[in-house]
Design a protein around this ligand. Structure first.
Ligand code: TXA
Ligand code: MG
Length: 325
């Protein structure tokens, strides 16, 4: 990216406009975190409920002090070890942080992306709120084409190759102990726990029902959905070639007759245990399936021993479960 053209996007952001930009996880829809009308545009463009808070993206750890009221020692260790990178940390917020950003909650999520273009943009324009650059309820965008498909030709987009990781950052609430993973991602619970003594746990699933306010309001909305029906493929289920079916294969199922034929009415994708590749391609497969009019996407379930071992499988299972709804 030429410095001069980056300047153009920095100016747009400083003028209160919205700019889509690449990160290492997914493309983000950026707006100046200090400008209420710019932040409001994000919610309007995405069709996002106003109680679903946004992550503030920074380019330097020192900027965290302006948003976080208190940075506990162990969360500082996480910042040192995993920033820049696919980790969003939730702190108690300073009162100066716009309520629009936090959906009225007393916490704020911060992240420093591991992407040259993103960080140059942020250091030029100042901290940016940046949700994934998709319409609410659509899969997150991993390419410029995905962003265009959701927002059309008028949106300013900084063009870059498809994103390296392909699923959104790990979100960890460090505002209280134990630290809670609200959204699993490329940084696994094991990696986090290996560096700090404060216990790190997954937010329990049932915790967010009932009258209690959700810790992460975003989690209650349907997410990541393609139009095709998504479901888990059961263990000994035979592939029925009588209807269109996409199968994402992660293990060692025996080949199915006809699966490699060009014109068969189903398509089989095998990842052979490469969970990172699976994560990188998941949202593109979802969108591609819709494009091709696929009616159903059946995905081999992750056995427990894989979930114990593979952080990416945990993140994939989370996104796929949400797509199933
Ligand atoms: O990888 C990523 O995190 C991408 C890229 C663009 O950086 N961004 C992203 O943003 O995924 P978004 O808005 O699509 O997802 C943010 C998630 C939502 O589920 C939201 O509810 C949660 O983080 N979140 C944000 N602030 C929060 C807070 N203060 N407390 C709890 N959850 C929060
Ligand atoms: Mg999103």
């Amino acid at each position: 990216m030429m410095k001069s053209s980056l300047t153009h996007y920095i100016q747009l952001l400083q003028a209160g406009e919205v700019v889509a930009f690449p990160t290492e996880t997914v493309y983000g829809l950026g707006a100046d975190a200090q400008n209420p009308s710019a932040v409001r545009k994000i919610f309007e463009l995405k069709g996002r409920p106003s109680d679903n808070p946004l992550i503030v993206h920074i380019s330097d750890s020192a900027e965290a002090e302006a948003f976080a009221l208190h940075i506990p020692a162990d969360s500082r260790t996480l910042m040192k070890n995993f920033w820049p990178g696919p980790l969003s940390l939730i702190f108690r917020k300073r009162k100066q942080v716009l309520d629009l950003i936090t959906g009225g909650m007393d916490t704020v999520a911060l992240r420093m992306p591991d992407h040259e273009v993103a960080r140059s943009l942020i250091s030029g324009a100042g901290p940016l709120v940046a949700p994934s650059a998709n319409k609410s309820g659509r899969p997150s965008p991993t390419s410029v084409e995905h962003v265009r498909a959701d927002f059309g030709p008028d949106l300013a987009i900084i063009e870059d190759p498809p994103t390296r990781i392909g699923i959104e950052s790990t979100v960890v609430d460090v505002s209280d102990e134990p630290y809670r993973i609200l959204r699993p991602g490329a940084i696994s619970i094991k990696q986090l726990q290996n560096t700090i003594d404060t216990p790190v746990v997954f937010e329990e699933k049932n915790k967010q029902s009932g009258d209690q306010p959700a810790r992460s309001p975003g989690m209650k909305y349907t997410h990541y959905s393609p139009r095709a029906r998504v479901r888990w493929l059961s263990d000994n289920e035979k592939i029925k070639s009588s209807h269109i079916l996409y199968l994402f294969h992660t293990g060692n199922r025996p080949p199915t007759p006809g699966e490699n034929r060009e014109n068969s009415d189903f398509h089989v994708m095998r990842y052979g245990g490469d969970y990172e590749k699976f994560a990188r391609e998941l949202y593109d497969r979802f969108r591609q399936a819709d494009h091709e009019g696929v009616r159903e996407i059946a995905i081999e379930a992750f056995p427990n021993h894989i979930l114990q071992r593979e952080g990416f499988a945990v993140a994939l299972e989370n996104r796929i479960s949400k797509a199933i709804g």
